[in-house]
Design a protein around this ligand. Structure first.
Ligand code: ADP
Ligand code: MG
Length: 349
C-alpha cells in the first residue's frame, strides 16, 4: 500500500512538472502550425475565433461565454434581457443594468449624438415594425411608420451614471443595440485573449472582424473586404490590419423583397424606411470594434459625402465606401493599405 501511494505521488509530481514545463496543461493540439478555431452561433450570427498560438479549451470557453453573456443581456430577442427590461419600463421607470449594458448604451448614445441621430440606439420601434430578417417582414403603412418614427430619439434615453440605470422617457420607446453589440463583443474577446497571453488571432462575428496582433511572422493581417453584392466571404480587395477591427455594414445580408423591391435592414430614422442612397456597403477600419460597428451603420445612413466627412474628422477610424455603381472610395489613412483585387470595381482616388 505504502509503495503504491508513493508511486501515485511520484506520478502526480511528474505530471505537474510536465504541465508547468509545457506552459499549460490542456492546450489544444495544433497541426502544422494551423490555427485552432471554434465557431458558435451567438449574437444572432456565426461567430468564429481563430487562434494562431497554443491555446487551451478554457480560453475559447471564456471568450464564447462572454459573447453569450452579452447576448443574454442586450438582445431584444431573448426574454429577460436587460434591454427588454428597459424597453418594458419605457415611460415608467429606471432599470438598473450591468456595467456591460450601461457601457454599450452610453457609447451608443455618444455615436447617436455624433451622427445627429442617423445612427440611433432608440431605433427599436421601427426595427420591430419592419421585422426585417424575420419571416414576418413586410412593408408597413405610412401611418404606422409616422407613429413609430415619433418615438425614435436618443435624447430621450436617460442614463443615471451613479446608479448605472437607464430609462426611456416615453412609453413605447425601445432600444435596439443590434448595430453596436457585436462590436462590443469583439472588443471583449480581444480583452480575454490579452489576459490569456494570446498574441495572434482573428475574431469574426458575422463579418465584424478583429485582426488581433499580427501574423506570426510579424507582418500585418490581410483582411478581405466584403463584396456588398455577393454572399459573405466574397471580397473586393484586401486591407492590411494589425490590432485593428474591420467592420462592414451593407445591403447584402438581411433584406426582403416585396413587389419586386428590395428592403434591407439599415433604417433611416429620419424617414422610417430602409436607407436608399448610392451606397452598397461600408467597411470601417479602427482600433475599437464598438466604435467601428456604430460608425459603419452611421456612415451608411449618412451616405457617401457626409459619411466620408464624418470618418475623416475622427482620429481613430478609416473607411472604405462602395457605391452601387461599383466605385470604391477610401479615407486618407488607408492610402497604401488597401489593395483593390476585384476588377469589377474601380478605386477612385
Ligand atoms: P449587421 O447587424 O448586419 O452587422 P449593422 O451593424 O449595420 O449590420 O447593424 C444593423 C442593425 O442595427 C439592424 O439589424 C438594426 O437592429 C439596427 N439598426 C438599423 N438601422 C439603424 C440605425 N439607423 N441606427 C441604429 N441601429 C440601427
Ligand atoms: Mg453596425
Amino acid at each position: 500500500m505504502a509503495n503504491k501511494h508513493r508511486i501515485i505521488v511520484a506520478l502526480s509530481i511528474a505530471i505537474l512538472i510536465i504541465s508547468i514545463a509545457t506552459g499549460c496543461s490542456n492546450n489544444i493540439k495544433r497541426v502544422n502550425n494551423q490555427p485552432v478555431s471554434k465557431t458558435e452561433f451567438v449574437l444572432g450570427t456565426v461567430a468564429t475565433i481563430k487562434i494562431y498560438d497554443n491555446a487551451s479549451e478554457e480560453v475559447f470557453n471564456k471568450a464564447f461565454g462572454k459573447l453569450r453573456e452579452i447576448d443574454k443581456k442586450m438582445s431584444i430577442n431573448i426574454d429577460n434581457s436587460e434591454v427588454i427590461a428597459i424597453n418594458s419600463n419605457a415611460g415608467k421607470d429606471f432599470v438598473k443594468v450591468s456595467d456591460d449594458t450601461f457601457y454599450v448604451i452610453k457609447r451608443g448614445k455618444y455615436f447617436s449624438q455624433l451622427s445627429e441621430g442617423k445612427f440611433d440606439i432608440s431605433i427599436g420601434p421601427l426595427v420591430k415594425l419592419w421585422n426585417i430578417g424575420t419571416e414576418y417582414a413586410k412593408v408597413p403603412t405610412e401611418e404606422e411608420i409616422e407613429n413609430k418614427k415619433s418615438l425614435i430619439d436618443y435624447n430621450n434615453v436617460i442614463l443615471n451614471e451613479s446608479e448605472k440605470s437607464v430609462m426611456l422617457k416615453k412609453e413605447g420607446m425601445m432600444l435596439d443595440l443590434g448595430g453596436i453589440a457585436k462590436g462590443y463583443g469583439a472588443d471583449e474577446v480581444v480583452n480575454i485573449l490579452k489576459e490569456n497571453n494570446i498574441k495572434h488571432a482573428i475574431i469574426n462575428l458575422g463579418g465584424n472582424i478583429f485582426a488581433y496582433g499580427n501574423k506570426q511572422d510579424g507582418t500585418p493581417w490581410n483582411i478581405g473586404v466584403q463584396d456588398p453584392n455577393l454572399s459573405r466571404g466574397n471580397h473586393i480587395g484586401i486591407v492590411q490590419a494589425s490590432d485593428q477591427t474591420v467592420v462592414t455594414s451593407g445591403v447584402y445580408e438581411r433584406y426582403f423583397e416585396e413587389d419586386g423591391k428590395r428592403y434591407h435592414h439599415i433604417l433611416d430614422p429620419y424617414i422610417g424606411y430602409p436607407v436608399e442612397n448610392n451606397l452598397a456597403g461600408i467597411s470601417i477600419i479602427a482600433r475599437s470594434s464598438i466604435d467601428a460597428d456604430s460608425l459603419s451603420t452611421a456612415a451608411f445612413v449618412l451616405g457617401l459625402d457626409k459619411g466620408i466627412e464624418l470618418i475623416e474628422k475622427l482620429d481613430n477610424a478609416d473607411a472604405i465606401f462602395i457605391t452601387n455603381d461599383s466605385k470604391v472610395y477610401i479615407t486618407s489613412g488607408l492610402k497604401g493599405k488597401f489593395n483593390l483585387t476585384n476588377t469589377n470595381f474601380e478605386l477612385i482616388e
